[in-house]
Structures are given as C-alpha cells and as structure tokens.
Design a protein around this ligand. Structure first.
Ligand code: SF4
Length: 269
C-alpha cells in the first residue's frame, strides 16, 4: 500500500468515501492494517475493501478484527488443488489460504466476500473442479469472479502462462454453469463475448455495459483495433481484442457476431 499520509490528505480534500487496500505487497501482513482502517474511517471513508491472498486471515483473531473493521474482502485464490496453488503462487501456504477463507465465512463475512480466481495455464482445466469445490467449501460467498490472466505485469513474457481463449472457453463455461447451479453469483472477466456463446450474460464487462456503466473499469485500457471486432455487433459490450494477448496468441479465435448486446440476459450479479 502507498504511504498513508498523502492518501489521507487527499481522502479528506476530495471527500473520498470508498478505498481499496491493495498493492505494494500483501496488505494483510502489515502490522498497521487495522490502524490504517481506523484512520480511514476517521477521515470519512465509508467503505473499505481489502484485496488479499487470505493467508494471514488463517489467524482467527486477526480475521475477527479485520471482519469488524473492513467492509469487503476480495480473496485471490487461484486453485483448490494444493499442487496447482503452489505452481501458480510459488507459495506453500495453501492450507492457510483455505483456512482464511473458512474463517471469513464462519465469521459471517458472506455477501461481503468476493473470491477471485485468476484463470491461467496452471488451472484452466481444473475450473469445473474448482466450481464443485466452491459449492462444498465456499457456500455463502457473495461472488466468484473468474478472471482471465493478462499477459502483463508479473505474468508478462512468462512462457505458457496464458492459455488460448479457445482452449479455456469450454472449461470456463462448465465452471460458470456449476457455480450458477450451486447458487453463486459468478462472473468471468477479461474474456471476449464471442468465446462465451450461450454464457455471455456472465461476462463482467457485459454486466457493466448492461447497467449503463463504462465497459472498462478505471485503469483498464480500451480494446485495441482488430478486423473481427470492427465488424462485431457485440463490440460495445465486450472486452474485445487485447494487444497483450495477441502478441502471444494472435487473434484468429475472435469471431465477429451479429448478436445485439441488448438481446442478452444478464446473469445475477
Ligand atoms: S469479435 Fe471482438 S468485439 Fe466481437 S465478441 Fe469477439 S472480441 Fe468481442
């Protein structure tokens, strides 16, 4: 997390009401996590979010205090399989991550819990299994977000970390169907609509479009130009072509569609 002093000054000056604790390393291991939340409240912040790997929340006392101080938890959890978790995170803290998730649910952090599952070459074939595991172990969580990995940041240039859209799509669809059947709100993010035939209503970007919001969250670049997208009726509501993906996978799997976004029914979100 960036230094707090300048952030607090800006929060007060601009009357910022929502803040996400994230970046600069894992925020939940900072000894001043709870003090930071208290200072944010005192500065007028009404909604505090924590983006975490959940590992530190295996400590029930810390988890209890965090649950009382923080409004929303986004837990990044890339696999229900210990060996895949270890490969994706380079961490052996799978048991603690699972314990952290369970502690949050046991403490009643249910609707306030969002589980982020980054889809990569490590785990895409296990997505339906993850959905079945979630139905057993994450019941009550507010949202499961399947986010397709970007060829950017730490992942950029790493050989083989980004699967092709075509190979990942069948597993994503099966996982979304299982999550829906288990009663979860579920979305898939950073994934083109033409790869989600029959499941377009789960698309995070489509959901934003259908609510009248900008399709891309703040900080996410607009789609790049490509011939298929230029001829596609779904383009206004779609994640679209990404240069970082095209650099390693090309864009032959993108197909222009004649479906109007307004004809698609959004799933629960
Ligand atoms: S062709 Fe482009 S705009 Fe159309 S659905 Fe596919 S990625 Fe989206």
């Amino acid at each position: 997390m960036p230094p707090l002093g300048p952030a607090l000054a800006r929060i007060k000056r601009d009357r910022i009401k929502a803040v996400s604790l994230e970046g600069g390393g894992e925020p939940s291991v900072r000894p001043d996590l709870l003090a930071t939340a208290a200072k944010l409240r005192a500065a007028g912040v009404e909604h505090i979010m924590l983006s975490t790997n959940g590992v530190a929340l295996a400590d029930m006392e810390l988890c209890r205090e965090a649950a009382a101080a923080i409004d929303q938890f986004t837990v990044n959890f890339p696999s229900h399989l210990p060996e895949v978790y270890a490969a994706a995170t380079r961490s052996v803290k799978y048991p603690q991550a699972v314990r952290g998730l369970r502690n949050l649910l046991d403490l009643g952090v249910r609707e306030r819990l969002r589980v982020f599952h980054i889809i990569s070459s490590f785990n895409f074939r296990a997505l339906p299994g993850f959905a079945a595991w979630a139905a057993e172990n994450l019941r009550g969580a507010g949202l499961v977000n399947l986010t397709f990995v970007r060829n950017a940041g730490r992942a950029r240039g790493e050989d083989g970390i980004v699967p092709s859209y075509s190979e990942a799509a069948p597993f994503i669809k099966l996982a979304l169907a299982r999550l829906k059947l288990a009663g979860f709100k579920a979305v898939v993010q950073n994934f083109p609509l033409c790869m989600l035939k029959g499941f377009e209503g789960f698309s995070f970007e489509f959901q934003r479009w259908s609510r009248g919001d900008a399709v891309f969250e703040e900080g996410v670049a607009s789609a790049a130009d490509c011939a298929a997208c230029a001829a596609c009726a779904l383009a206004p509501a779609c994640f679209g072509y990404r240069t970082d993906y095209g650099e390693i996978r090309g864009f032959a799997d993108l197909k222009a569609s004649r479906i109007r976004p307004s004809s698609i029914k959004p799933e629960r979100f």
